[in-house]
Design a protein around this ligand. Structure first.
Ligand SMILES: Nc1ncnc2c1ncn2[C@@H]1O[C@H](COP(=O)(O)OP(=O)(O)O)[C@@H](O)[C@H]1O
Ligand SMILES: [Mg+2]
Length: 238
């Protein structure tokens, strides 16, 4: 039994059939990547997993439990957190308050939440230096770190990231990917990563799925896909 299993998922926006019979699995401890061009349906897939968008048909199973019709805040509580596309931090709140809000789903003492924040500051020293700063004044890379930190505050078993490298300079992209790898290796967090930057995504993933106009056209070991002719031509500029 996989940690997360999507079976024959179909999602529509009105008449637009955005997700067509997608099936995929994520095993405990894996980094799984979903790659594909703009408009392929990556964000729609992730938002359906998180309960933000409703599927027309199909199932999403997490730990033996059908979460397809669960509300978003319950899915978060169950252990699946998402760092959304474009980060969506609260720009008029401080870094500290953004992090605190990330744990709203957890019934824990203030002390323990503060300890959690201290751990996030260890991972992201730049956030500690800027903890009283309004989040909207952070650089793009710092905002991405904050978005990841906020998601970790809910102590997810699965962290879903929607294009974390978008709009970041190459050095920061590397840094963000190192953070994702570290969360997976040292924090026991299973990762589902969506990227247009296929090369980076495939370089850190265990397995990957290639999405094209709402359909999965290829899946396999990330290393095999890096060497796959079709993937190289379409997504790696080779
Ligand atoms: N709110 C929406 N209303 C109508 N169509 C949408 C909406 N959001 C996305 N779509 C369409 O669904 C398809 C998949 O979009 P999306 O999941 O955002 O792709 P990706 O994240 O891979 O770029 C696209 O054709 C897009 O135009
Ligand atoms: Mg998207």
């Amino acid at each position: 039994m996989s940690l997360l299993e999507i079976k024959d998922l179909n999602v529509y926006y009105g008449n637009i059939h955005a997700i067509k019979d997608i099936s995929l699995i994520v095993e405990k401890g894996e980094i799984v990547s979903l790659i594909g061009a703009n408009g392929a349906g990556k964000t729609t897939t992730l938002q359906t997993i998180s309960g933000i968008i409703r599927a027309k048909s199909g199932q999403i199973i997490y730990h033996d439990k059908d979460i397809t019709k669960m509300k978003a805040h319950i899915i978060l509580k169950e252990g699946i957190a998402q760092v959304p596309e474009g980060r969506r931090i609260f720009s008029h709140l401080t870094v500290y308050d953004n992090l605190m809000l990330g744990s709203y789903s957890i019934k824990d003492s203030m002390e323990s939440k503060k300890r959690e924040i201290a751990q996030i500051y260890e991972r992201f020293p730049r956030l500690e230096e800027r903890q009283k700063q309004l989040a909207g004044t952070l650089s793009g890379g710092e905002q991405q770190m904050l978005a990841i930190g906020r998601a970790i505050m809910s102590r997810p078993e699965i962290l879903i990231l929607d294009e974390p490298s978008m709009g970041l300079a190459p050095l920061l992209v590397k840094e963000i990917f190192e953070i994702i790898k570290d969360l997976n290796k040292n924090n026991n967090t299973t990762i589902l990563l969506v990227e247009q930057n296929a090369k980076m995504a495939l370089s850190i993933a265990d397995r990957a799925y290639v999405l094209e106009t709402g359909k999965i056209i290829k899946e396999g070991n990330a290393k095999d896909l890096l060497n796959d002719d079709i993937v190289r031509k379409a997504y790696l500029g080779a």
